[in-house]
Design a protein around this ligand. Sequence first.
Ligand SMILES: *[C@@H]1O[C@H](CO)[C@@H](O)[C@H](O)[C@H]1NC(C)=O
Ligand SMILES: *[C@@H]1O[C@H](CO)[C@@H](O)[C@H](O)[C@H]1NC(C)=O
Ligand SMILES: *[C@@H]1O[C@H](CO)[C@@H](O)[C@H](O)[C@H]1NC(C)=O
Ligand SMILES: *[C@@H]1O[C@H](CO)[C@@H](O)[C@H](O)[C@H]1NC(C)=O
Ligand SMILES: *[C@@H]1O[C@H](CO)[C@@H](O)[C@H](O)[C@H]1NC(C)=O
Ligand SMILES: *[C@@H]1O[C@H](CO)[C@@H](O)[C@H](O)[C@H]1NC(C)=O
Ligand SMILES: *[C@@H]1O[C@H](CO)[C@@H](O)[C@H](O)[C@H]1NC(C)=O
Ligand SMILES: *[C@@H]1O[C@H](CO)[C@@H](O)[C@H](O)[C@H]1NC(C)=O
Ligand SMILES: *[C@@H]1O[C@H](CO)[C@@H](O)[C@H](O)[C@H]1NC(C)=O
Length: 429
Amino acid sequence: MIFLYVLALAAVFIQKGETYTCYSGTDVPMCSSCGGGSCTSDNGCICNTDPTITCVPTSECSSVGTNICCPTGYYWSSGDNCCTATLICSPACKSDEICKNVSNVATCGCNTAVYSGYNTSSLSSTVKCTSSVMTVSLSKCLLEALGYDSTTFQLNNNTDSCVNTYTETVGNVTMQSIQSLVQTGYCGNIVTTDATKVYYSNVLHIGIQNKTIITANPVNISFTCSYNLTMQTSLTSAFKPTLNSVNMTVNGQGSIVTTMAAYWDSQYTSPVQQNQDVPVGSNVYLGIFADANDVSKFVLRVENCYATPDNNVNNVNKVAILSGGCPANQGVTAQVQENGVSFEARVQFNSFAFQGQPLVYITCDVRLCDRNKTCTGCNAARSGEDGTASLQIPLNFLDDYSSSAANTDVPSWALLISTLLAYLSMKLF
Ligand SMILES: *[C@@H]1O[C@H](CO)[C@@H](O)[C@H](O)[C@H]1NC(C)=O
Ligand SMILES: *[C@@H]1O[C@H](CO)[C@@H](O)[C@H](O)[C@H]1NC(C)=O
Ligand SMILES: *[C@@H]1O[C@H](CO)[C@@H](O)[C@H](O)[C@H]1NC(C)=O
Ligand SMILES: *[C@@H]1O[C@H](CO)[C@@H](O)[C@H](O)[C@H]1NC(C)=O
Ligand SMILES: *[C@@H]1O[C@H](CO)[C@@H](O)[C@H](O)[C@H]1NC(C)=O
Ligand SMILES: *[C@@H]1O[C@H](CO)[C@@H](O)[C@H](O)[C@H]1NC(C)=O
Ligand SMILES: *[C@@H]1O[C@H](CO)[C@@H](O)[C@H](O)[C@H]1NC(C)=O
Ligand SMILES: *[C@@H]1O[C@H](CO)[C@@H](O)[C@H](O)[C@H]1NC(C)=O
Ligand SMILES: *[C@@H]1O[C@H](CO)[C@@H](O)[C@H](O)[C@H]1NC(C)=O
């Protein structure tokens, strides 16, 4: 405490701009003696009359304000607008650092005294979660003071970019950070879900400094990001969801990724996975969404949906499910639950099968509709500028259980178990 107080006094003392002895041009000329200087933070200062000669600035450096403008052994004092022989770090060190003389270079280093009396239980991580990235950070100087080596950060899986650690400044403290993408298995992420959320967890492993006296044990810090379970987030956490994504281009909006997937539930949070069989007559929920970050002027509207026994959209057996944004009433029971009001569209229909065909291909024509125009209802007039796309997914619709066994080339335990699990998770929902 006393130490901090003295430190604060010292800081005030320096900030007052106590006059230091300014360098006056013994070895390197002053810029004022060569027509003034031009200074950059990369190259320091050069004479205006002869750009091959470096010079020592006075007021010329005030906009650059770093030691690069000063000769070796001199340091920029912004209070005095000159280079002085007194050690000064520019830019100023962080609140838990001190300015050190490392081979005549003023370098900010950790001030371990700030963290005396701290122990491993003081280690607390900051976790930042965005829709695609998780970032975990700890104070670099606290780690150093406790005997840890902050450059040893690594996640559960140390391959890929999972050891890429970097520093950033947060509130005048240097934080050591590492990132993982919000993806199942990435950097060893573990994903779990409950009724309303999906959780991504990982473990940060921190090693100790390589020195004779060991003051700490390597430590593992778990961290978790949670996201609301939605049409979108349930796809990233699913093992092998049945989905299709396309880029839609709209005038002046660049490309907007739009995705269609099938779900088991009316919350649109339990995706139908590849290899899962959907019994004929059950409810299928088609969820279609556009990348929310990009969609402000537009809403997503499903125009048509139809089923074919193969991926040829012109197959003669084509059956319409939705037409002009509304149920087509061609023998398939369908219901439009949301269309043309947000970046998501929701369509429910009853599954059916083509005689003797294991797969049903569902294709939907979608468009991004100008929010200011009519985007809801049946046969809404369309504007020529709207982006359009077709999305297609294959689904296993089974008309009875025996054909399921017949259609499976090699019934494997894995497949059987995953089907059972899917069935169980259906029951749970
Ligand atoms: C950070 O803290 C140091 C010392 O407490 C101070 O000199 C410096 O001006 C601070 N920097 C910022 C950006 O607040
Ligand atoms: C910095 O250290 C060097 C030796 O490495 C020494 O010659 C020099 O005087 C020191 N400068 C200051 C300002 O302490
Ligand atoms: C760590 O420090 C706190 C007080 O700051 C103390 O209560 C705790 O017992 C210490 N833990 C260990 C392992 O020394
Ligand atoms: C780590 O990731 C790599 C590539 O993503 C993968 O091949 C490897 O099996 C993973 N290791 C562990 C232990 O999960
Ligand atoms: C630790 O330091 C010693 C000597 O300074 C060196 O020989 C050894 O390779 C270092 N070990 C690691 C893991 O860096
Ligand atoms: C940290 O994790 C590593 C790898 O999973 C494990 O070998 C080690 O025992 C763990 N250490 C602690 C202190 O839990
Ligand atoms: C998550 O869901 C809760 C409750 O439904 C809601 O209040 C909250 O705004 C949602 N958060 C996000 C980021 O959508
Ligand atoms: C969409 O286009 C962007 C670049 O325009 C590309 O980076 C991205 O991978 C594309 N996504 C899909 C799903 O095709
Ligand atoms: C919709 O109308 C608002 C003002 O009413 C306008 O600022 C906006 O640009 C319009 N959007 C499009 C896509 O034309």
